[in-house]
Design a protein around this ligand. Structure first.
Ligand code: FPP
Length: 240
């Protein structure tokens, strides 16, 4: 595909929001919205790979989402299970087209069988280079920072690191996104002006783009609009 954008973000992060409202508008169950949302996730992954985005991160399930009804949580986990089975199968059969997949989030509280599949998919995709896809599952930005700081504290306790050595880079390296660039563009569909505990540390200089479209209706054309707007903005990183 020929180059479509002058200024393509290296890392796009997306909050998949609005599944519930989309379903409600149609008199469907919320879980139906998640089902369509997961298909959109798949399409947008494919589109990002096509246009040459190198890193894309999706917020699928937050540490706060456990508060939803048991029915809804189970439905989301089942959807996730189905997609993981599919991904795992494709990697085991070497059919995957260059997607490196990683999961951001805490393992605590996640069903064991999912953790096992997540490990397999991460391991089997580790040498793929076309696109890095991160799926934030059981993820919270504050929780992630706590996780990083605890790791550093352990090293200080063991005498491996001195307090004076602690810097921004060390905290970054302890996050789930260690080694990946910070997001350049964060997209939130469905009209909410919040980060909702998403990539709090990494979003320091990200451009935010809020869209009215609900996630199940989200299309590549919507992503194009966000990227074009991003291309028009003048990022100064605190400079002039
Ligand atoms: C936010 O919409 C969406 C979620 C909390 C779940 C997102 C999950 C998926 C798209 C499926 C995950 C599976 C895979 C394979 C990625 P909402 O429910 O908060 O919508 P609302 O704000 O309209 O209620």
């Amino acid at each position: 595909m020929e180059k479509k954008f002058e200024n393509l973000p290296t890392h796009i992060a997306i909050i998949m929001d609005g599944n519930g409202r989309w379903a409600k508008e149609r008199g469907l169950k919320r879980t139906e919205g998640h089902k369509v949302g997961a298909e959109v996730f798949r399409n947008i992954c494919q589109y990002c790979a096509e246009i040459g985005v190198k890193h894309v991160t999706f917020y699928a399930f937050s540490t706060e989402n456990w508060k939803r009804s048991k029915l809804e949580v189970t439905a989301i986990m089942n959807l996730f299970r189905r997609y993981l089975e599919e991904m795992q199968e494709r990697y085991l059969e070497n059919e995957e087209a260059g997607y490196r997949i990683r999961f951001l989030g805490s393992r605590e509280g996640m069903p064991k069988d999912l953790l096992k599949m997540m490990d397999t998919v991460e391991r089997k995709s580790a040498d793929k280079t076309r696109i890095n896809i991160n799926l934030a599952v059981n993820y919270g930005g504050r929780d992630e920072i706590v996780h990083s700081v605890r790791g550093i504290a352990e090293k200080v306790k063991a005498g491996l690191v001195s307090v004076d050595d602690i810097d921004e880079n060390m905290i970054s390296q302890g996050l789930f996104t260690a080694g990946q660039p910070d997001p350049d563009l964060i997209i939130r569909p469905s009209g909410e002006y919040r980060l909702s505990n998403y990539l709090l540390w990494q979003s320091a200089y990200a451009e935010l783009y809020i869209d009215d479209v609900l996630w199940p209706d989200y299309t590549p054309a919507d992503l194009d609009r966000a990227i074009e707007e991003y291309g028009r903005r003048n990022r100064r990183f605190g400079g002039v």
